[in-house]
Design a protein around this ligand. Sequence first.
Ligand code: B12
Length: 215
Amino acid sequence: MNESLVKAITDLNEDKVIKMVKDEMKKGARTQDILAALQEGMDNVGNLYEESEYFIADLIMAGIIFREVLNLKEMKLDKGVANENYLGDIVLGTVKGDLHDIGKDIFADIATSAGFVIHDIGVDVAPYKFVNKIIETNAKIVGMSGVLSLAITSMKDTVDAIEKAGLRDNIKIIAGGNLLNEDACRLIGADEFTNNATEGLKVCKEWVKAVDKEI
Ligand code: B12
């Protein structure tokens, strides 16, 4: 299944992607496996764009197809309904200069359904807006999203602003996006990075557990 789904999204074959996802979910496929296949397809679309085989319209189309899949009722991404199992507050945004929000929204959905309250401050978010939202919500976790190269600098600026505001010691910061690696994470000054929303959620849950133990 995975290879043909990766190919269908790479080919931007909207009807085929939707049909395959519906069929696979009915057969009991796991949401995270579907997402992984789609993400691989998106990487291929990005590479074809880089090679000038695809154009901006194709990136837009890839984004539309991905969103359509996320909105399928067959995809078990609980949206906006935090369960009774409250874990904590997370301030989440795509950093300044970057408008990509699909990955951010996936993390928001799965973290919400796990019990986090997500304060989503949108895309192209300036560092001071992260700081203001942390103060307003008293959140102890910040999630920064970004996939453009320039997002690395914006993420660093965001961490610096949090530090300057005197909030860094009480906050855990996770950076998410498929271009991130350990070197980038160190440069940014985040506590953790991830290229995968499910992994990111695990990290946040561990942070909450560690705080609970301290009390
Ligand atoms: C779709 C797309 C677009 C759409 C975005 C639609 C939208 N609403 O998001 C549109 C058409 C708007 C777009 C625009 C542009 N794009 Co674009 N785009 C893509 C594409 C194909 C897919 C991105 C995506 O959604 N991936 C799928 C998601 C699910 O993956 P993800 O974001 O990594 O998220 C996962 C994890 O990283 C993680 N995660 C993400 N965030 C967070 C946050 C937290 C806290 C946690 C825990 C986890 C987490 O969870 C997610 C699920 O596992 C990528 C190619 C690629 N390989 O990424 C190019 C890509 C990112 N785009 C690129 C470019 C160049 C552009 C433009 C500059 C094009 C142009 N000339 O205008 C503009 C920039 C606009 C801007 N200022 O942001 C380049 C970036 C190159 C670079 N190194 O900077 C890429 C890599 C394509 C390429 N290979 O050249 N793009």
